[in-house]
Design a protein around this ligand. Structure first.
Ligand code: LMR
Length: 329
């Protein structure tokens, strides 16, 4: 090839390369820690599919379930570094970035998911979405999982049954205080380690939703589950402000629309999944589900509710009252 022809070929290559990069889609890596057959797993896949359908070629969503990419202890830092664009850690896992979400961990504050949703849709609940803006993180919406149950290696009928046991918890000081109140020992550990911790008896129990218990097979290594419904496990779908505001406005609008729809889908299916997975766990014969009578339940409330007072100053008594009002009969 003579020099002129080489120059022409190189120039053509350059044109091609720049055309390819102009057409390169915006990639949204969505990292989460649960299985795909859970409300969060299904919502993430729905988002991926909606974006492919509507913005194919312009935006590409890649979903990484099961802590494949990051666990919840590292994902927010990775997000600020630009290594991941979307995640939905549980509201219990934002303590390093904001204290305002601690309210969701207060035991027996919300009587069911309807009360949670009403609070989240209130001005106070919506304001919390922006509580980490100064730290570079934006809350894009609340995604549901469900109410938590307590599983253990022995039957827990009254709070005294939990005394002296070790429980895996999410990284939340409120949850630590909740197990301290039972005179139990809380251990903050990543979700990906829970099955092994339970199987090897490194911990005696844990608290989680029906869908997480089922999809992680915790019921196969925990002979008892107390149907306590004592707390909520909900998520904040979160992104980095830098990434989000860096997207062209028209594309951002479409991405948000798809995300909102996928969240609504996840939230709708969360009720059915909770019921279905509870039934599958009961039918599996691998564990015993303990239902509390009114007297026993009152004892759990009495044991755990003092945690509200402990965190009243950080969270704000008015906010706690406002949230509690949504659970009034
Ligand atoms: C947990 O760590 O137990 C949960 O936050 C996992 C999840 O994302 O539901």
């Amino acid at each position: 090839m003579n020099l002129v022809r080489m120059g022409v070929a190189a120039a053509a290559l350059l044109v091609l390369a720049s055309a390819a990069s102009a057409a390169d889609p915006i990639v949204i890596k969505y990292s989460h820690v649960v299985a795909e057959n859970t409300p969060k797993g299904l919502s993430a896949l729905k988002f991926r599919d909606l974006v492919a359908e509507r913005l194919g070629g312009k935006v590409k969503v890649e979903v990484f379930p099961n802590s494949q990419l990051f666990n919840d202890d590292t994902v927010l830092q990775a997000m600020l570094l630009g290594d991941v664009q979307l995640a939905a850690p549980s509201l219990s896992k934002f303590e390093k970035y904001t204290q305002s979400l601690q309210i969701y961990d207060l035991p027996f504050l919300f009587k069911d998911m309807e009360a949670v949703e009403k609070f989240q849709n209130s001005p106070a609940g919506q304001k919390m979405l922006d509580s980490m803006a100064k730290k570079g993180l934006l809350g894009l919406g609340y995604l549901h999982n469900g109410m938590k149950q307590i599983s253990a290696s022995k039957p827990l009928r009254v709070p005294a049954d939990a005394a002296g046991l070790k429980f895996r918890i999410m990284t939340s000081d409120v949850l630590a205080a909740q197990f301290d109140a039972l005179k139990a020992t809380p251990l903050k550990k990543p979700f990906s380690e829970v099955f092994t911790l339970l199987q090897t008896r490194a911990v005696d129990g844990q608290e989680n939703t029906w869908s997480n218990i089922w999809s992680q097979k915790f019921h196969e290594v925990q002979p008892y589950i107390t149907e306590s419904n004592h707390g909520v496990l909900d998520y904040l779908v979160v992104t980095s402000a830098e990434f989000w505001t860096g997207m062209p406005a028209d594309i951002r609008k479409e991405v948000k629309k798809a995300l909102d729809e996928s969240i609504a889908y996840g939230n709708k299916t969360s009720h059915e999944i909770a019921e279905g997975d509870r039934k599958k766990i009961a039918d599996s014969g691998r564990t015993t589900i303990i239902q509390l009578d009114d007297r026993q339940r009152a004892l759990w409330v009495d044991a755990m509710k003092p945690v509200w007072k402990q965190f009243e100053k950080e969270i704000g008594p008015d906010l706690i009252q406002a949230a509690a009002d949504f659970s009034k009969p």
